[in-house]
Design a protein around this ligand. Structure first.
Ligand code: CAA
Length: 295
């Protein structure tokens, strides 16, 4: 059955090569998923070779883990490793049919990335952004063909979380939307089409939970106590462990976006920004004693 608002899948374009811009944790996770599920060449790139190498190393490590668990045959593992290549030379993206970015969550940076890539790719290639909460329409403002841009929002950990938010802007055409829906299905994910509104659907809800947890922290409740207080409501992890997973900078950015969009509905926490500057994951440094505290 076709999901609400979904176009005819017949309109989807073939994807023979995927381009991923960014080689950070999110980008590396979905680059691997594209190679594993679509079995097409996947390129990753970043600001410099060392970041690209780090992404490739992560991907190869994850493939090895799947091999060890018996989830992949040795042939499959080798094929997947071979399909994912890294480069700092964007001209190699010229023949990609689908290019998705997961670079720094700043509007200007993402606009710049797409302007550059649009000058390289073919007229028919489709562009996607994994932005968590920025306006997809604004990200595409500098494109000559904004109709080919679609939001394609993954969740962490990409291999496990079943959902993709496919974001339709006022200009996204049916071909791009259909391609996104077909890709999501091939990746083994459920896709929902969401409007291009701050936080889409999931982050609008999560920012509430994280914001209230941050509010308790700001009011002086110790961090592990807030974490423990959330346990009985049955979430798979507490709010701060979840922030640790998605990244404190990302969480602080989502919160900023929501507060800017709806100042009367979302809470701006100074602490969240302060903690976002702490390098070491807080789960390891501060939450290690959560279990002890629950006694
Ligand atoms: N990468 C790949 N696989 C992972 C993984 C990772 N980072 N973390 C866990 N897994 C896999 C494990 O390998 C395991 O797979 P197998 O069964 O094949 O061995 C499976 O997931 C379950 O893992 P665990 O048994 O270790 O742990 P768990 O059952 O406690 O589940 C969890 C871990 C899936 C992370 C769970 O705690 C959970 O669902 N947490 C909530 C995650 C969530 O809400 N994510 C959305 C965040 S919002 C976001 O990402 C978007 C944004 O814009 C901010």
């Amino acid at each position: 059955k076709r999901p609400a608002g979904a176009p005819d899948t017949q309109l989807a374009k073939p994807v023979r090569k995927v381009g991923v811009i960014g080689a950070g944790l999110m980008a590396s996770q979905f680059a691997l998923l594209f190679a594993r599920k679509l079995r097409v060449p996947v390129l990753i790139t970043d600001l410099d070779q060392s970041r690209v190498d780090k992404g490739l190393e992560y991907i190869r490590g994850e493939v090895d883990k799947m091999l060890d668990k018996g989830r992949l045959t040795a042939d499959d593992a080798n094929q997947i490793k071979d399909l994912v290549r890294g480069t700092t030379d964007k001209s190699q993206y010229a023949d990609c049919d689908w290019v998705i970015e997961a670079v720094f969550e700043e509007l200007g940076v993402k606009q710049q990335v797409f302007s550059e890539i649009e000058s390289i790719i073919s007229e028919t290639a489709i562009l996607a952004t994994n932005t968590s909460s920025l306006s997809v329409h604004e990200i595409g403002e500098r494109l000559s063909h904004p109709e080919r841009l679609v939001g394609f929002h993954f969740f962490n950990p990409v291999a496990v979380m079943p959902l993709i938010e496919v974001v339709r802007t006022p200009t996204t055409n049916d071909e791009s939307l259909a391609t996104a829906m077909v890709i999501a299905k091939k990746l083994g994910k459920s896709a929902v089409i969401t409007a291009d509104r701050p936080g889409f659907v999931v982050n609008r809800l999560l920012a509430k939970v994280m914001g209230e947890a941050a509010r308790a922290l700001d009011a002086g409740t110790p961090l592990p106590v807030v974490e423990r207080a959330f346990a009985p409501i049955g979430l798979p992890m507490g709010p701060f462990e979840l922030i640790d997973l998605v990244g404190w900078k990302v969480a602080a950015h989502v919160q900023d976006t929501m507060v800017a969009a709806f100042p009367d509905r979302f809470y701006a926490s100074e602490n969240l920004h302060r903690l976002a500057e702490v390098e070491e994951p807080l789960v390891k440094s501060k939450l290690g004693k959560v279990e002890d505290l629950s006694k």
